[in-house]
Design a protein around this ligand. Structure first.
Ligand SMILES: CC(=O)SCCNC(=O)CCNC(=O)[C@H](O)C(C)(C)COP(=O)(O)OP(=O)(O)OC[C@H]1O[C@@H](n2cnc3c(N)ncnc32)[C@H](O)[C@@H]1OP(=O)(O)O
Ligand SMILES: CC(=O)C(=O)O
Length: 536
């Protein structure tokens, strides 16, 4: 059976620029256009030339090599011709291959928002399409408020679609501008539009105000449209646009769609999806959503013991597609919800082979659950889990022992009479037979303890030389100053690896010291493993 071609139209740089809190610079736009080319979408809508200096400059060059470079704007204003409309001309004279003009398909909005008549707006739409097509642009018409307009006056909404096609538009895009339409309504209305415009000239542009932009896009495809608009990670005006990062793998991997349609995205490009989604969030300087479908860190993560056990037998038991198909990875976590299968998988990730019937595993599972009940949380602190596991398994070397430590904070007047805060720490450590004592001042008690501990670690001093603490998070469990404190420390070294350790205590200094101590221990375990690899 031959497949229909589905065209993917990305509007990250246009509708995405209408997201609260997002402002793209020219450099951002250039770099995001490159990401979109890597992904392989058919159209990149880069913005609105003439609306602001960044977009005007962006359209001074052709910014894509393969994708159709598309400029957005509105149809001509009332009272002038498209040939004399500066807005239309900015688009026509830009380096865009295609021009996407927005027109209103709801008669009430034409009269109220534009202060125009429905006939005048239809004439303006046709004039704009003709002028842009004559200038050699591929023309698209975004029919704003199409679904609400259709429900209010279907004859006018359909007349907008027919007029655009008759004037030479390649595509008519049905927009659920306010994002309130239900998937069943989208399907039914698209079928009525097919009576006047063929599906291979129809697109869908859905907003996510009811959380159904992806569902609405798929309903439109099922009903017959052949162009889907959306954005990276679903950014866009208000609640966002249809998320292409969700839509693309659904269209490519789900047999229901994959057997009927082809997109320009093959398996190799799809494997870049997770990287592209996260690189985009990096550009936006925001953390990727853990629960994002397909690409989130939790998309293929499991905490539940029953799931981990079945996953180990066949990953399809709890995965709807293989994580590698979208460039993501499976993660089996250790927590109160875990069973022995979680432990076996997590330990294997760290090169520790333990059989599921090893009695030490029962003890490790019980220890994890007992400690989690006291406030530890190992699913975010895998380095501490490794240390705990090796301790219970009896394979944790004692690199150094902490005999005692003291941290003091003193607020006092210095010699000049200024009020100063002095923080000092003393750490006594035993390394083999050597008892080492170090004193350090820091800008707080944890910093002073860290500096004191790394000042002299005897024969291990060189091995912790590149250890760096990058983040320190404190959470008070159960509230109040007498509550339990959980400290999470993030560390890294010159290999680029980052690891997380945890400490829990009613005393914030003890909790911090425990997390610090485990970070040092994990670093020494790494050094030991590196020595073993070199020796082998
Ligand atoms: C649903 C959507 O997402 S559509 C895209 C919306 N995106 C944007 O608006 C972002 C970029 N916009 C802008 O930078 C500015 O709005 C500009 C530069 C385009 C225009 O700015 P201004 O000239 O100051 O107009 P302003 O933004 O106040 O109002 C929009 C004007 O466009 C008119 N207009 C809106 N849609 C259309 C249309 N499809 N055809 C003709 N005129 C239109 C409105 O009637 C209004 O004119 P009026 O004030 O004379 O009634
Ligand atoms: C054109 C557009 O962005 C909309 O109607 O939502």
């Amino acid at each position: 059976m031959s497949k229909d071609r589905l065209y993917l139209f990305d509007t990250t740089l246009r509708d995405g620029a209408q997201t609260a809190g997002i402002e793209f610079s020219l450099e951002d736009k250039i770099s995001i256009a490159a990401l979109l080319e890597q992904l392989g979408v058919d159209y990149v809508e880069g913005g609105y030339p003439g609306a602001n200096p960044v977009d005007t400059e962006f359209f001074a060059d052709r910014r894509t090599r393969k994708a159709t470079f598309t400029a957005f704007g509105m149809t001509k204003r009332a009272g002038r011709s498209a040939a004399n409309d500066p807005g239309v001309q900015a688009i026509v004279n830009s380096k865009a291959d295609a021009a996407c003009f927005v027109a209103k398909a709801w008669d009430y909005q034409v009269e109220l928002a534009l202060g125009s008549t429905t006939d005048e707006h239809l004439e303006g739409l046709a004039d704009t399409v003709r002028v842009a097509a004559k200038a050699g642009k591929e023309v698209l018409i975004d029919l704003e408020h199409f679904f609400d307009g259709f429900k209010a006056n279907h004859a006018y909404a359909l007349a907008c679609a027919e007029t655009a096609i008759a004037a030479g538009a390649r595509w008519v895009v049905l927009c659920d501008t306010n994002g309130g339409t239900m998937p069943s309504e989208v399907g039914a209305i698209v079928k009525e539009v097919l009576a006047v415009v063929p599906g291979d000239r129809l697109g869908i542009h859905a907003h996510d105000d009811t959380g159904q932009a992806v569902a609405n896009s798929l309903a439109a495809v099922e009903a017959g449209v052949r162009q889907v608009q959306g954005t990276l990670n679903g950014i866009g005006e208000r609640c966002g646009n249809a998320n292409l990062v969700t839509l693309i793998p659904t269209l490519v991997l789900k047999p229901h769609f994959a057997q009927r349609f082809e997109t320009g995205i093959d398996a190799t490009r799809l494997e870049r999806l997770t990287h592209i989604s996260r690189a985009f969030d990096d550009r936006l300087n925001r953390a990727p959503a853990r629960q994002a479908p397909y690409v989130g860190a939790s998309a293929f993560a499991t905490k539940a013991g029953i799931h981990a056990s079945a996953l180990a037998k066949d990953s399809s038991t709890y995965e709807h597609v293989p994580p590698e198909s979208v460039g993501n990875e499976r993660s089996v976590m250790v927590s109160q919800q875990a069973g022995k299968s979680n432990l076996v998988t997590a330990l294997a990730r760290h090169g520790i082979a333990v059989a599921k019937d090893d009695p030490r595993l029962e003890k490790l599972l019980a220890t994890v659950k007992e400690r989690e009940a006291r406030g530890y949380s190992y699913d975010g602190a895998e380095a501490s889990f490794v240390i705990l596991a090796r301790n219970v398994l009896g394979t944790l070397p004692e690199f150094f022992a902490v005999e005692s430590y003291r941290a003091s904070v003193e607020r006092r007047h210095n010699a000049r009479g200024d009020l100063v805060t002095v923080t000092e720490a003393v750490v006594k450590i035993r390394v083999g037979e050597d008892l080492l004592m170090s004193v350090a001042e820091g800008n707080g008690p944890v910093n002073a303890l860290d500096l004191a501990m790394r000042k002299d670690l005897g024969k291990y001093s060189a091995e912790i030389g590149d250890l760096e603490l990058v983040d320190f998070k404190v959470r008070i469990l159960d509230g109040g100053t007498g509550a339990v404190t959980r400290v999470l420390v993030e560390s890294r070294d010159d290999t680029g690896e980052r690891w997380y350790t945890i400490g829990v205590s009613p005393n914030i200094i003890d909790a911090s010291f425990e997390a610090l101590y485990e970070s040092f221990t994990y670093k020494l375990l790494k050094a030991e493993a590196a020595r073993a690899t070199t020796a082998a």
